[in-house]
Ligand binder design. Structure first.
Ligand code: ADP
Ligand code: MG
Length: 295
């Protein structure tokens, strides 16, 4: 692209990730604000591959439910800087933390689920699988928009579905068949894996902690993998506590057998997201964001 790093002024750090740091920056001439994801890839070939994969995917996307891509800068240092739309309310995991892990109310969750499903529907219709969906990769802004971000381990599926599973992404949100495709008939559906991750993310925001671990417990990866593969899927919240629609929705996402899991298109018609007053749930999410940002 035409941009240089020196065209931008760093305003603050927005987040840290695997290979670098995300800054809020201002374009000096136009005063436009962006998020700039700066990755130090000079020494790490796998990270370099990851970045080029992310950029390739972002170049192919144009959806209100996917964070906008504004170009890539290759400074002489060997770093890579990806210029993105800035989401001014941050990620859903930071929102949850700023709320002191207070659970999200159902109407706000319905709005999050609806928008994230539209994002997934868009990606999947372009043969893109995200493979790392989780609260820290779902971004929100003060207008109440939810967008999918961080395609570092995403994949554009071309002719064939890729059966050789690379163990990428955060294991915690990986569906059972990604650990153990054999026991699922070898019919590994990469799209269904994103649905599992979304269900887990929504349930986490409902509970206030990662569903497969008790609150406050740090993950033991081996135990977690066993729980995902051999344990029961995380139980929806109990009857009487959550609505029937919410319990049903979670149940449809967190089917261990990927063939029984609902597709994104089916979930968009689920009463939890489709059967409610849209403007009311949109307001609930905006209120939650405003309330959290102020506190
Ligand atoms: P990583 O691959 O390192 O996880 P991410 O793209 O997920 O990188 O960014 C890490 C964190 O930085 C996110 O969880 C979020 O808090 C923040 N962040 C990333 N992109 C943006 C953005 N466009 N707007 C606002 N915050 C962002
Ligand atoms: Mg991330």
């Amino acid at each position: 692209s035409e941009h240089r790093l020196s065209d931008f002024e760093k305003l603050q750090v927005l987040g840290h990730g695997n290979g670098g740091t995300v800054y809020k920056v201002r374009h000096r001439r136009t005063a436009a604000v962006y998020a700039l994801k700066l990755l130090h890839t000079d020494t790490d070939a796998s990270l370099r591959r990851q970045v080029s994969r992310e950029v390739e995917i972002l170049r192919h996307t144009d959806s209100p439910f996917v964070v906008r891509f504004h170009g890539v800068i290759l400074p002489p240092s060997g770093d890579v800087a990806v210029l993105l739309e800035q989401m001014d309310a941050g990620s859903l995991d930071s929102l949850l933390r700023r709320r002191g892990n207070r659970p999200f109310p159902e109407p706000a969750l319905a709005e999050i689920a609806r928008q994230a499903l539209h994002g997934l529907a868009y990606l999947h219709s372009h043969q893109i699988v995200h493979r790392d969906l989780k609260p820290s990769n779902l971004l929100v802004n003060r207008s109440g928009e939810v967008k999918i971000a961080d395609f570092g381990v995403g994949k554009i599926l071309r002719r064939s579905l890729d059966p050789c599973l690379s163990y990428v992404g955060t294991c915690a949100y990986m569906s059972p068949e990604r650990f153990d495709p054999e026991s699922y008939g070898g019919d590994y559906d990469p799209y269904a894996a994103d649905v599992w991750s979304l269900g887990l993310a929504v349930l986490e925001l409902y509970l206030g902690h990662f569903p497969l671990l008790p609150a406050g417990q740090r993950p033991d990866w081996a135990a977690l993998m066993c729980a995902i593969c051999f344990g029961e899927p995380p139980a929806p919240p109990p009857e009487g506590e959550a609505s029937e629609d919410f319990r049903g929705f979670i149940g449809c996402c967190l089917q261990k057998e990927s063939g029984k899991r609902w597709s994104v298109a089916e979930l968009l018609g689920h009463p939890f997201v489709a059967g409610r007053d849209r403007s009311e749930s949109a307001r609930a999410l905006r209120d939650l964001i405003a309330e959290t940002a102020e506190s």
